[in-house]
Design a protein around this ligand. Structure first.
Ligand SMILES: Nc1nc2c(c(=O)[nH]1)N[C@H]1C(S)=C(S)[C@@H](COP(=O)(O)OP(=O)(O)OC[C@H]3O[C@@H](n4cnc5c(=O)[nH]c(N)nc54)[C@H](O)[C@@H]3O)O[C@H]1N2
Ligand SMILES: Nc1nc2c(c(=O)[nH]1)N[C@H]1C(S)=C(S)[C@@H](COP(=O)(O)OP(=O)(O)OC[C@H]3O[C@@H](n4cnc5c(=O)[nH]c(N)nc54)[C@H](O)[C@@H]3O)O[C@H]1N2
Ligand code: SF4
Ligand SMILES: [Mo]
Length: 921
């Protein structure tokens, strides 16, 4: 089905198929557009990634759109300007810096959230025409180790598996992946497959007990950073037990002897490995036995493996075991790096990493420079292509710090948040003479550093392609016009390129033309017969079968897995089925791995291991997901998960506030005391920025230590100290949208802003006591207090302001656990005129006699914890029974683990038929 053309305003209802812009699962979405707004989304039943499913983030996509909070005008030095001025200023400043400091003084930092077409033209402009190798991407923080792991083993950055393999496997091993939260639709697919095939097993290897353990048959709670010991141990065990596929090793691989010798050296016995990994030896051996005795094994790995100073080695330790057992190139088998961003794969394909050139060719690929230069017709240009790789992300910012890089163009990523040692990154940005930022959101932590701000179109507006984790290229389709002056990223890049004097090479009228060129480059002098690359007969990344689609063919393009060639016109589901790899001699390579622990060292001052990662309902820096209030419900505040004994030692309480300190930064958040943590280890989310909270950026706690091969930062293994955040009071303030511009309470020791529908919630706490809250309120907020109740004996207060019949703000002083469920109050903020009855109930925050529903557990159906607990107590002691009664857990299924733990907790109280008391003042 074709998407409506951008700019088209219609009163009719239209449906268009597009792709979800969040995770690398790449789900197909059917969007409904009514009267110029995208009113609903549902899973595309025909899309092979999801067959109609969507997770909670995907199904809230339509709630994240709209002009509010969007960047709508270009700005130069803080002043709104026309596009013409913005583009010519960009061009002039780039030219001036290049003339003075050389081509290599100019750099770009891109993102796996750009579309392939955006990525392609940016790569072509910077490397091909500006002659600088310094173009890297946030995929460096994400997939770089997996890329190098694949290249070392297979000779190409090629994911061998596909999603069906997850359903066909007999054993699935999740290593450093919280799939249930971060790739929820795949987790749901595994869940269904497991129900169908009771012999299928799932093993989870993660220092934390995550929601992905819900259907696990075995959990190995390993010591952070010890994965390479575990997989070296597996290789040695397979050899010892004669569980190798010797025929496969002989015919299709090399390097086995060295790999085994290295494994045996570091992993003598199961007991030794178990000690190195701090797991139970029997459980470990059970895993070894399961892995070795099944052919159809998929090992699915992600950031717990990649984000390490030896992440590449960990990837190869995993791949070694698959090669040694011949568990690859078969249905239901293979080492599967699950990718994070929607188009991290597309970025890898166009050459968006600083060590790549283009179309899966590296600088050192024989003949590649000449080939690309001829294809881009840069061979006649001075400068020609750079001859060697550029700076990888962390190095790039170090070069900015040194003053070597003078101009940086950032697109669709936020290095002020996501790079390690964020304070240093910010200082470097401050120093950089020219920072250009292409962005959709009006407020981010990066924008204050930008000299030139370019408003970009976003999902539902943009047109192009993305590639998901299983090499499947899908269309994102533009259905709505961009707000204000926002423009497509590819257009912005090409307009700058034209002004720089490269009009001919960037003269595209539509993204299909860019895609066509990208497809042609992938097949240019590629293939066994016409290769110009000696010793490397074929580049695996080849989508020449998609050349010549034209606009209509491109618009109609159905999801397809690369390679797409004359020989494989319908795409390729699985790679290496014939045991032929993309190396010079066709053999896969096993590597000798020497396991290494984390480089960030624990010390007496920083004795706790810091783990950082994601939560179910937020996407990265929350510029999009925080626009949907229901996605804020799952975890409303920045938090830290702490083992009960560590909490005890540090003197911090569950739901209290605490501070983490590392050598270079600090993190303030609410404590969740949790048995899911190992002792001595803390988990914090990566999502909160200065736009949402006082001080809770995880990257501020992480050192900029990287894997020497991949350049990927060690984001999973920080070192921190934990202490309580002493506060005199805590408060919750709800304010109607637009009621006040100023936020004087942001001087508090702790504040967090939580967007809600029609209002904002602020959680506050401070060290300085407030003697007279009514006087304080006068200083903070416009409008007089309309209703108030105060208990001086315990410092509690509730107050609200109603103006012209509308609720303007509401305040409770006291710990947040005393809050009523906030849905009732949220509804009041959205009423044009409060009824007298509601006005009387304002301080209670609920209807007279009504039960409080509690914090939301099921985001899809907005079912609160108290409601669920009541139902369990009344005898609904299974997920199915709760679903039948309350609908919770019946849509995306991500809250099922939480439902299960509530059932476990409440089972002893079941059938007492005693409803929970509602806490009201
Ligand atoms: N909801 C949501 N989903 C997302 C994203 C999001 O922001 N929100 N982001 C997307 C992106 S870009 C990415 S890259 C993916 C990431 O997806 P994941 O890799 O699943 O995400 P993380 O939560 O970063 O880390 C995964 C797990 O690694 C574990 N871990 C930490 N250290 C170790 C270790 O030493 N060994 C092992 N075995 N495990 C360890 C952590 O405890 C954590 O549970 O998610 C994608 N999906
Ligand atoms: N400590 C720690 N740090 C980490 C990680 C971790 O696990 N721990 N994970 C790392 C990983 S895997 C990743 S992927 C990164 C993610 O980190 P980032 O990439 O920095 O985070 P995002 O919020 O996704 O940034 C994307 C920005 O682009 C904007 N945007 C969205 N769409 C478009 C578009 O089409 N065009 C333009 N021009 N802009 C757009 C968004 O509003 C947003 O501001 O974080 C990394 N950092
Ligand atoms: S699983 Fe990933 S791609 Fe699918 S709907 Fe959820 S966020 Fe989007
Ligand atoms: Mo990522």
């Amino acid at each position: 089905m074709r998407g409506a053309k951008a700019g088209q305003q219609s009163t009719t209802t239209q449906q268009a198929k597009t792709t979800c812009p969040y995770c690398g699962v790449g789900c197909g979405v059917t969007a409904t557009v009514e009267a110029g707004t995208l009113s609903a989304v549902e899973g595309d039943r025909e899309h092979p990634a999801n067959f109609g499913r969507l997770c909670v983030k995907g199904s809230a996509l339509h709630e994240t759109l709209g002009q509010q909070g969007r960047l709508t005008h270009p700005r130069v030095d803080g002043v709104e300007v026309s596009w013409d001025t913005a583009l010519s200023t960009t061009t002039e400043r780039l030219n001036t810096l290049r003339a003075e400091y050389g081509n290599h003084s100019v750099a770009a930092y891109l993102s796996g959230q750009l579309l392939t077409e955006d990525y392609y033209v940016a790569n072509k402009l910077f490397k091909g025409f500006l002659g600088t190798p310094h173009l890297d991407t946030n995929s460096r923080l994400c997939m770089a180790s997996a890329v190098v792991g694949y290249k070392r083993a297979f000779g190409a950055d090629a994911v061998p598996c596909n999603y069906e393999d997850l359903e066909e496997a007999e054993l699935i091993v999740l290593v450093g992946s919280n799939l249930a939260w971060n790739h929820p639709v795949l987790y749901q697919r595994i869940k269904v497959a497991k129900e169908r095939n009771p012999l299928m097993r799932l093993v989870v290897i993660d220092p934390r007990v995550t929601d992905s353990c819900e259907i696990a048959d075995l959990y190995l709670g390993i010591k952070p950073g010890s994965d390479a010991y575990l997989f070296n141990g597996l290789l040695a065990w397979m050899a010892q037990r004669r569980r190798l596929d010797t025929l496969y090793l002989e015919r299709h691989t090399e390097g086995f002897d060295d790999a085994l010798a290295a494994a045996q050296q570091t992993a003598g016995s199961v007991a030794e490995v178990a000690a190195a990994c701090d797991v139970d030896p029997e459980r470990l051996e059970t895993f070894y036995y399961w892995f070795a005795s099944q052919l159809h094994v998929v090992t699915l790995y992600s950031q717990g493996v990649n984000q390490s100073a030896s992440g590449t080695d960990k990837c190869n330790a995993i791949i070694n075991c698959h090669l040694a057992g011949g568990k690859i190139g078969l249905p239901g088998a293979g080492p599967f790096s699950i990718t994070g961003q929607p188009n991290a794969m597309g970025g890898r394909e166009v050459g968006g990493l600083a060590n790549q050139l283009a179309a899966h060719m590296d600088y050192h690929t024989p003949g590649a420079l000449d080939l690309v230069s001829r294809f881009w017709t840069t061979d006649s240009l001075t400068p020609i292509l750079p001859e060697g790789p550029g700076y990888k992300a962390v190095e790039l910012f170090e070069a900015i710090e040194r003053g070597e890089i003078k101009a940086l163009w950032v697109m669709a990523t936020n290095p002020a948040i996501s790079l390690p040692d964020a304070a240093r990154v910010r200082a470097a940005l401050e120093k950089c003479p020219l920072v250009i930022v292409s962005e959709c959101a009006a407020h981010t932590d990066l924008l204050p550093y930008a000299d030139i701000v370019l408003p970009a179109s976003g999902w539902s507006e943009k047109d192009g392609t993305v590639t998901n984790s299983e090499r499947r290229i899908s269309r994102q389709r533009g259905m709505l016009p961009p707000p204000g002056e926002a423009r497509h990223d590819w257009w912005i890049i090409c307009e700058v390129a034209k002004r720089l004097g490269f009009a001919e090479a960037f003269n595209y009228a539509h993204p299909w033309e860019i895609f066509d060129e990208h497809a042609r480059l992938s097949g240019f002098e590629n293939g066994v017969d016409n290769s110009t690359v000696p010793g490397n007969p074929q580049r695996l990344f080849d989508i020449s079968g998609l050349v010549g689609l034209g606009r209509d063919g491109y618009d109609a393009l159905a999801p397809i897995q690369w390679p797409v060639t004359k020989a494989a016109p319908h795409g390729t589901a699985r790679l290496f089925e014939d045991g032929e790899f993309a190396t010079a001699n066709g053999r896969a390579k096993l590597l000798a791995i020497k396991p290494q622990g984390p480089e960030q060292a624990l010390s007496a001052a920083y004795p706790l291991r810091l783990n950082t990662g994601r939560i179910r309902d937020q996407w990265h820096t929350m510029t999009r997901t925080a626009r949907s209030p229901r996605l804020m419900n799952h975890r409303a505040e920045p938090f830290m998960d702490v083992h009960p004994e560590d909490a005890h030692t540090a003197g911090v309480m569950d739901q209290g506030l605490a501070v983490l300190t590392a050598e270079k930064g600090e993190f303030r958040a609410r404590v969740r005391v949790s048995n899911a943590q190992r002792r001595g280890e803390i988990f914090v989310p990566i999502h909160w920025t200065d736009c949402f909270t006082q001080q809770a950026r995880s990257s501020a706690l992480i050192d900029s230590i990287t894997d020497p091969l991949s350049g990927q930062p060690e984001s999973k293994h920080g070192a921190v100290a934990l202490a309580p955040l002493a506060t005199d009071w805590q408060a919750t303030l709800l304010i109607a949208e637009g009621a006040t511009e100023s936020t004087p309470w942001c001087t508090s020791a702790y504040w967090t802003r939580i967007p809600m529908r029609g209002c904002q919630r602020w959680q506050l706490a401070n060290t300085q006591s407030v003697n007279d809250w009514l006087a304080q309120l006068k200083m903070w907020l416009p409008g007089d207090v309309s209703v108030v109740s105060q208990d001086p004996t315990n410092g509690r207060l509730r107050a609200a302001c109603v103006k012209n019949g509308q609720l303007r703000w509401w305040l409770m002083v006291g710990p947040p656990k005393e809050l009523p469920g906030l849905a009732w109050l949220e509804a009041r903020f959205n009423e044009a005129a409060l009824s007298d009855t509601h006005r009387r109930r304002l301080l209670a925050g609920c209807d007279d006699g009504a039960a409080d529903t509690g914090p939301v557990v099921c985001s899809c159906h907005q079912v609160g914890q108290t409601t669920i607990v009541n139902a369990i107590r009344e005898g609904d002691t299974s997920v199915e029974a709760l679903g039948a009664r309350l609908a919770c857990g019946t849509q995306c299924g991500s809250c099922i683990p939480e439902l299960k733990s509530l059932i476990e907790e409440e089972r002893p109280n079941a059938r007492t038929k005693q409803p929970l008391a509602t806490e009201v003042v």
